[in-house]
Design a protein around this ligand. Structure first.
Ligand code: AMP
Length: 217
């Protein structure tokens, strides 16, 4: 069983790297942000509770987050393990997590603030199938349209300069200390997130002692 947490500032590629890892090793990707976005898009009661907070880039309340994470992890729908992405994000969430679950490693993606801004502000999302794009490195074939389903691409409501500033502030104030807690347990693997996605994935595999990554051509 392989159980990992992936951490890093917004735009550091947590989603992309988690998917590459999970697709290949048959792990389940548990993205707390994606779970919330699903609720917002499907107009659930929870979606209505978190929409405004997410739009502003602030953190959702710990009680809500913990119940969503508990429900998700309680479903035990993995055979080989999971990668948790976007959690824990503050001290209380870290305590809740460490009391309830064992993990094998924390992947920490490191990226400068300038590169974060450049990446996040050029990010686009397909509201139809969830595919994400980047106008710098990963453009859609037809401008503004999803390659997979043809839906018009949108900008995430929290990918604005104001919301990004709030998220960066939260990251340094609240999330970085969580990393220090994990460091004390000697489970953190620092990975440079600036190179191309394939290279970053290769570094993750090597630092975790996992089978080498073979990019799909
Ligand atoms: P993400 O896709 O991980 O950037 O998450 C998008 C938004 O979902 C965040 O800006 C928060 O509003 C909310 N969110 C996701 N994970 C958490 C968490 N662990 N704690 C609080 N809020 C969260």
């Amino acid at each position: 069983m392989r159980k990992y947490v992936i951490m890093g500032v917004q735009g550091s590629g947590k989603g992309t790297q988690s998917e590459l890892l999970c697709d290949d090793l048959d792990l389940v990707h548990i993205s707390v942000g994606d779970l919330f976005r699903w609720h917002v898009q499907n107009h659930t009661k929870l979606g209505a509770q978190v929409r405004r907070t997410m739009k502003s880039g602030e953190l959702v309340s710990d009680d809500l987050v913990e119940s969503v994470v508990r429900d998700r992890l309680d479903s035990h729908d993995w055979n080989f393990g999971f990668v948790v992405d976007g959690f824990p994000r503050n001290g209380r969430q870290a305590e809740f997590f460490m009391e309830s679950y064992d993990i094998d490693g924390v992947i920490h993606l490191e990226l400068s603030d300038d590169e974060v801004r450049r990446r996040v502000l050029s990010r686009r999302l397909c509201p139809g199938c969830g595919m994400d794009y980047n106008l710098i490195a990963d453009r859609p074939k037809v401008e503004g349209r999803c390659d997979i389903c043809g839906t018009t691409l949108i900008t995430r409501e929290d990918d604005t300069p104001e919301a990004l500033a709030a998220r960066l502030r939260d990251y340094y104030e609240k999330t970085k200390p969580v990393l220090e807690l994990f460091r004390r347990k000697e489970v953190v693997h620092d990975v440079d997130a600036a190179p191309a996605a394939d290279e970053v994935q290769a570094s993750i595999r090597s630092t975790l002692g996992l089978p080498a990554y073979e990019p799909k051509s």
